[in-house]
Design a protein around this ligand. Sequence first.
Ligand SMILES: NC(=O)c1ccc[n+]([C@@H]2O[C@H](COP(=O)([O-])OP(=O)(O)OC[C@H]3O[C@@H](n4cnc5c(N)ncnc54)[C@H](OP(=O)(O)O)[C@@H]3O)[C@@H](O)[C@H]2O)c1
Length: 254
Amino acid sequence: MNRRPLVNHTGSVLIFGATSAIATDVARRFASGGATLFLVGRSEEKLSALRDDLLVRGAARVETAVADLTEIESHERVVEAAKQALGTLDQVLVAYGVLGDQRASETSVETTLRDWQVNATSTIALLTLLANELERQRFGTLAVISSVAGDRGRQSNYVYGAAKAALSAFLSGLRARLSKAGVHVVTIKPGMVDTPMTAQMKKGPLFASPARVGQDIHQAMLRGRDVVYSPWYWRGVMLVIRLIPEPVFKRLPL
Ligand SMILES: NC(=O)c1ccc[n+]([C@@H]2O[C@H](COP(=O)([O-])OP(=O)(O)OC[C@H]3O[C@@H](n4cnc5c(N)ncnc54)[C@H](OP(=O)(O)O)[C@@H]3O)[C@@H](O)[C@H]2O)c1
């Protein structure tokens, strides 16, 4: 396990999907350390409430930008605004996503592709832009929330899982490329988290709080870790799930 010491708290932090429950927790942790933040989200109202909250918690400065990130043509404008506001991109977190409706996707190509556009295509487009910025800068951390769902496609959510699998594979290659420029790429793989995304799901003992996952992400970003399962026990759970032979796996109600 990588045990690099925590780096300075008080740099700049750029968050895409900042109003997500998990990202909000991470933003609060950086704010308490006195960081300057640039928040990107879809809702002006939610961003403004989050900005006020972060300033009270100790953020040095908080700027915001509204964007629907599936509109890929908006990415350049937002990244440029963030660079202008922050100067350098020290810590970047990409947190937006949708769980989608697996059953609806099974009968609708449009639904499948719409969710794929959020979780895979637009995220990969954004990461291509961010990667080049950080590579030019020659330092920084780029953390992205993928999911344990990407480790093996399950019949109950393989559309979401496939998009996260694409994202995880993309990040794996990107990490190797950017390491040569001194840039850390952190892949975050949460298990089930109690957030608005999972509001419709029945909660069991494997559900974690956004605070638990937010703490793991914050530490992983400061330490420049590679791949982080959150909470940690999901690494073991997914190892077992990956090892189940296909003839058995296809019969399991997973
Ligand atoms: N909850 C879980 O069990 C779980 C498990 C593994 C991974 N994850 C991942 O964790 C990340 C954060 O999710 P969460 O659990 O914190 O759920 P959440 O609170 O529902 O957050 C999802 C966020 O994505 C934003 N978003 C969705 N579509 C967008 C778009 N087109 N453009 C810009 N923003 C968009 C939403 O914006 P609005 O605020 O405007 O709606 C919201 O802030 C996601 O990538 C998710 O896939 C979650």
